[in-house]
Ligand binder design. Structure first.
Ligand SMILES: [Zn+2]
Length: 269
């Protein structure tokens, strides 16, 4: 166990976003004894073809909890409707409270330019909260932090207004199966909604899912191959299959070399 475990806070819009975009590093942090909390700002109550509302929200919360357990992390699903998330002041204050109470060292979230309004608004809210965590007169009952955490964006492939900048690339090959285990917990999302397949026998589902997400999850490593070779050396950088990528948000504390070493202890450089 590290003398002072890191506290990593991931904010996604929906109950599977954190796992999909940061599940690998969640496992890596957990293995080293650091604390990771995955927060979904919506309850996921619109992401299904047949069910919705409270019944689906409760189901998705249980699935998110199981996924987090599979990675050794904590889970929190806020009770905001899926598909209608707005970057309100109330939500910003709730995010400030969560960052303070968890005493986050590193905060991850979506970029504010994304196809999905819930992702976009999640990015806006977290970005708007990150600097305010030190302002004591806001959210009075939650003591202000005396530092601003580093904030980084989760990977996406959108090109406008500018393409994602992979400031930090993390090789997740050694924990990839565990990441798939976590995604496999999201039955209502992965099997019943996104890919619309409910007729796969129980014992074949995980393998089917692994095949289905392969093209998507292999993309960042192929996209940033040159940088990977630079970071990990040409031999290792050429064979890494899965990475998770993060871009610095300039509203958080700067990611100095010292902070990079502290916050990403599993990086080789
Ligand atoms: Zn999402």
């Amino acid at each position: 166990m590290p003398a002072k475990p890191l506290h990593i806070l991931v904010f996604g819009a929906h109950p599977d976003d954190c796992e999909y975009l940061a599940g690998g590093i969640t496992c890596l942090y957990s293995h080293l004894g650091h604390k990771v909390k995955l927060v979904s700002l919506t309850n996921g109550d619109a992401g299904h073809l047949d069910t919705s509302g409270a019944q689906l929200a409760r189901r998705r919360r249980l699935e998110a909890a199981a996924a987090a357990r599979a990675m050794g992390a904590e889970s929190l699903v806020l009770d905001n409707h899926d598909g209608t998330l707005m970057p309100t002041l109330e939500l910003r204050h709730e995010v400030i409270r969560i960052i303070r109470e968890f005493r986050a060292d590193l905060v991850l979230s979506h970029r504010p330019n994304d196809y999905h309004p819930d992702h976009r608004h999640t990015g806006v809210v977290v970005q708007d909260a990150i600097n305010m965590v030190i302002v004591g007169n806001l959210v009075s009952f939650s003591p202000a932090l005396n530092y601003i955490p580093v904030m980084m964006y989760l990977w996406d492939h959108f090109q406008k207004p500018y393409p994602f900048i992979p400031d930090v690339l993390v090789d997740i090959d050694e924990v990839y199966e565990q990441k798939i285990d976590a995604l496999h917990c999201h039955t209502s999302q992965m099997y019943e909604f996104i890919f619309g397949k409910t007729d796969i026998p129980e014992d074949q589902r995980r393998a089917w899912l692994k095949g289905k997400v392969e093209n998507d999850l292999v993309e960042p490593a192929n996209m940033y191959r040159k940088k990977l070779q630079k970071v990990y050396g040409s031999e290792k950088g050429s064979r890494i299959r899965y990475v998770e990528a993060f871009e610095v948000c300039e509203y958080g504390s700067p990611l100095t070399d010292q902070e990079r070493r502290r916050l990403f202890p599993f990086l080789s450089d």
